[in-house]
Structure formats: C-alpha cells, structure tokens
Ligand binder design. Sequence first.
Ligand SMILES: *Cc1c(COP(=O)(O)O)cnc(C)c1O
Length: 218
Amino acid sequence: MEYGELLAELGKTKLVAVSKTKPVSAIMALYVKGQRIFGENKVQEMLEKQAELPSDIEWHMIGHLQTNKVKYIAPFVAMIESVDSLKLLFEIEKQAAKHQRSIDVLLQMHIAQEETKFGMNLKELVEVMEYYTAPGKPLGHVCIRGLMGMATLTDDEQVIREEFRTLKQHVEFIRRGYLPGENHFTELSMGMSHDYRIAISEGSTLVRIGSLLFGDRS
Ligand SMILES: *Cc1c(COP(=O)(O)O)cnc(C)c1O
C-alpha cells in the first residue's frame, strides 16, 4: 500500500513502520517521506540499522526481549512495546538509570487464543501496576505509556474485535484504578497489516504495520 494513502486512512493514529528483515534502503525510502517511528523485533538487527540511519529515528522494540539484551538498546530506544514481566521492567529501570534517561514502555498483554503469543494476563498486569505505583517511585526511569497486544490470527473479525475491545478495557481499568488524574498512560498499540482497520475502529493509538508497507517478508 502507498505510504500517503495509509497515513490518510490512519488519521491521528500513529504508525510504527515495522521494518524487521528489511534493508536500510527500504527504511530510508520511508524516512524521506517523513516517517520517523520504526519497529524492530530483534536487538542485533535494530543495533545494526540504528548505527547506519539518521539519529532522529524513533526505534520501537516490538519483539520478545531478553533481560541480558536490554543494555544494548537502552542508550537510544524510544519505546519498548513488548514488556511482559516485572523482571524485564527492573532491568530496563537499571539500564535507563545508567544512561540517565527515562525509557517509555508498553506492557504487552496476552489477548489472543493462541498459546504461543507472548504477553501478561490481568493478574500479572495488576502486579506490575502495584509495583509501579508503590510509594517511593521504585521505577523512576521507566514510564509506562500504555498496553500492547496482538489479536488471534484469524479471518473472524468478531474474534479480533472482541480481543481489541478487551485490551482497551484493560487500559481504562488501569487508568481508573492506578493512575487517576495522570495523563501519561494513554497508548494502545494494536493492529497489524491484516487487522489495523478493526484496531483503529476500536480505539488504537499506535498501529504496527510491516508487510502492507514493505511487502511480504520471505
Ligand atoms: C512483525 C510484527 C508486526 C507487523 O506485522 P505485519 O503483518 O507485517 O504488519 C507487528 N507487531 C509485531 C509484534 C510483529 O512482530
């Protein structure tokens, strides 16, 4: 799909251009059209591309992240969308503090029917939020900006819609219960190439789109 056409359709929903497996030339082709947010799912690949590309690119980590690799991306990453444990959050806190910065994160929720997809359940989400909002601000170098989720890979629109709706309800539940009066917990990252239209209609603020923009990954 043509970039301008997609942007027009997205309106105020932000686009994360998922450039995994694609060369830096493909990223530059979108960069010159004004795209700044790019998503990668592997640390090594993000590092290689970041070193070669303009420094005003906002890199979003969207793939499962091992704690021992946080240190490599901590100096520059704009957002880690795939935080799925308190342990990982502790490590991000530690590395962000080392670099005297605050790192924006999203908590990844498991909303799909497939067992294989990563993410937390509601109980784990509550545990993280209890800790995050504990007195003394124990996580002073991470800013939890919202939630991320991937719907079931299915042609059944109703299933996808229900899962996105659940994710949005989780955001509202957390805002009301843990962050009343604060306005930084606002992001809802949901929607990919095959389901972004449903996601937008369910209130997505960030869509993560790869193949629709860059072509299929081999
Ligand atoms: C690859 C990937 C995407 C983009 O998928 P497309 O179907 O190519 O749009 C989005 N989110 C995550 C977490 C991904 O790994």
